[in-house]
Design a protein around this ligand. Structure first.
Ligand code: WTA
Length: 564
């Protein structure tokens, strides 16, 4: 292991919500940190805490969101968001949605997507947000897995919902239908369902290395994690304009796009449309964004655009946050030199419900490290017997249980849930890392076959399953291949069925088949045809490890050949 000593970045002068890390770490409890919030006679409702509370406390006229998509602009106050959420909630109730029902939201990144999610949670049902790029198979598998009964979508995305293949799905509501529904408020109505902290709130599907995506269920208690991490890590304050670029179908887009900033009463930006460096910079300038949360791939794309930023005034930025994949020191230095701000890396997972390892605004950054444990969090680096390793040694990254945001269950799959807790008292992340003498944690790699492309988690099994549905594909092994911009790309090794011959057209057809059946980000960017795939002798299981080793060997050979 080579440890590159990077220059430590000191905090910028400022007043931060968390000034004294060491002291807070000593005294922290989840109850204290979130007590001002939301327990109403032991009951809670995450949607109430996130939006309605601000209206009740006199902040109804504050701008909750600015929406930008191309030339379109809309802004809504907290009162308007609440009223619209109430309307959606009434429509859901009219259609028979009850506490605990799974209601999916399949919408592009619009205010209505956020509002639909809140409305589901408000009436005590469990919201399942779906990423807008999902295609039929991905949508179907997720709704079927937890027997979703209702789906909110729009006319476009709704075309990708194979209703006849989802037996539990009783109702599909289009956003324009909901808007037009005539449901009046009745005097004395109580739309908010007051639930217990352990009641289900949110289900996010995420990939592992084996099997189909798993439904990670979060409980209402998670909002205390969202709230304190929003306050201390995002460091949002009343006059901040906050922008998280992730879609709520990913956990970053829901927890840090919606809940954490709004629990802290921040004004958020919701931007539709695709990534374009100039558009992104323009948005920061136009709305005076002060805090910006995105992913290393996006920063690397911006960095490669070089001078694009020179024509914009980005001086409103106080700091930037990063998540989802390793953040290269080069990117941190770029932001420091070009924008005069620090990028704070944050580490967490869909399963953890909130930040666990962070760079706080008032603390020094060691570039190359993800930061230090969030208050209330203890990190362990474990060997294969579950014993803690000394500082500096690489091992399995684990977290002492419990904490507020930790998932409640994997839907319908106790074995998969239990596998995270195989060492007593620890949550096992599946990442490899080491921790230095000053508590900073350094990411090394995944400990399994999960693929991380542009910060998006992709399960090889899901892609392989789709590939072999193509008439030409006999077998498939899918891995993440290292890539300088995206971290990894999806690469598929396949064998062909008799009667098929390799050609550029065929490979493109296979790629498009996965893209249109599953999702664009899951489609292999590279497909390689082999005579045979490496397999275990006994069970005949495809050995992704060997495919990875093959790629690594080739990369080494080519770097020797080019002298890089
Ligand atoms: C990876 C995203 C390096 C890691 C919130 C983890 C990271 C997985 C970082 C979770 C980081 C997340 N540096 N790697 N700062 N943050 N990861 O569930 O492998 O989509 O296990 O959650 O992303 O991905 P997920």
């Amino acid at each position: 292991m080579t440890i590159v000593k990077e220059k430590i970045l000191a905090p910028l002068p400022g007043n931060y919500n968390l000034e004294n890390y060491d002291e807070i770490r000593r005294t922290f409890t989840w109850e204290d940190a979130s007590s001002e919030l939301f327990w109403k006679a032991g009951k809670v409702n995450a949607a109430y805490a996130t939006v309605d509370r601000h209206v009740d406390e006199g902040y109804g006229d504050k701008i909750a969101l600015h929406y930008a998509n191309g030339d379109e602009r809309r802004s809504l106050t907290f009162r308007e968001v609440k009223e619209k959420t109430d309307h959606y909630a009434r429509v859901l109730k009219k259609h028979g949605v009850k506490k605990g029902d799974r209601v999916f939201v399949f919408l592009p990144k619009t205010p209505e997507c956020y509002i639909a999610i809140l409305s589901v949670i408000k009436i005590g049902a469990i919201a399942g947000p779906l990423f807008e790029a999902f295609m039929e198979e991905a949508v179907k598998d997720r709704i079927n897995d937890c027997s979703g009964t209702l789906l909110i979508t729009d006319r476009e995305l709704g075309k990708r919902v194979p209703r006849e293949e989802i037996p539990s799905l009783q109702t599909v509501l289009y956003d324009d239908e909901i808007e037009a529904e005539d449901v009046e408020a009745v005097p004395g109505e109580e739309l908010t369902e007051w639930v217990g902290p352990e009641d289900g709130m949110l289900i996010h599907y995420t990939s592992g290395s084996t099997g189909k995506p798993k439904g990670v269920l979060h409980a209402h208690r998670a909002v205390s994690h969202h709230y304190v991490s929003g306050k201390w890590v995002l460091d949002v304050k009343d006059d901040d304009v906050y922008w998280c670029t992730s879609h709520p179908g990913w956990v970053t887009g829901s927890v840090y796009g919606l809940f954490a900033p709004w629990l802290n009463r921040a004004t958020v930006i919701i931007q539709g449309g695709r990534f374009k460096a100039e558009d992104w910079y323009r948005l920061i300038e136009e709305f005076g964004v002060t805090i910006w949360y995105s992913a290393p791939t996006a920063f690397r794309m911006l960095l490669s655009k070089g001078d694009a930023l020179k024509q914009f005034d980005l001086s409103s930025l106080r700091h930037i946050l990063s998540v989802g994949e390793p953040l290269n020191p080069e990117v941190i230095h770029w932001a420091w030199n070009e924008l005069g701000v620090r990028i704070h890396d944050t580490w967490w997972m869909t399963e953890t419900g909130g930040h666990l390892i962070v760079n706080l605004p008032a603390e020094p950054i060691k570039p190359g490290s993800m930061g230090r444990p969030f208050p209330g969090i203890t990190v362990g680096i474990l060997d294969e017997n579950g014993q803690e390793l000394p500082r500096g040694e690489v091992g399995q990254l684990a977290i002492r249980t419990p904490w507020a945001g930790l998932m409640k269950e994997i839907w319908g799959n106790k074995d998969r849930f239990d596998a995270y807790f195989k060492y007593e008292g620890w949550y096992l992340s599946g990442d490899l890392a080491y921790q230095d003498e000053d508590d900073y944690v350094f990411f090394q790699s995944r400990d399994d076959d999960m693929i991380n492309s542009s910060g998006e988690r992709i399960g090889p099994f899901e892609v392989e399953s789709k590939l072999i549905e193509h008439p030409a594909v006999a077998e498939a092994g899918v891995i993440g291949k290292p890539d300088p911009v995206r971290g990894e790309i999806v690469k598929a090794f396949i064998t062909l069925r008799p009667g098929f011959r390799e050609s550029a057209e065929l490979l493109e057809d296979i790629r498009v088949f996965v893209k249109q059946g599953l999702a664009a980000h899951a489609a292999p960017r590279e497909i390689e045809v082999m005579e045979e795939l490496p397999k275990t002798v006994i069970s005949g299981k495809i050995l992704r490890r060997e495919l990875k080793a093959l790629e690594a060997k080739r990369a080494e050979e080519s770097s020797v050949a080019t002298g890089n």
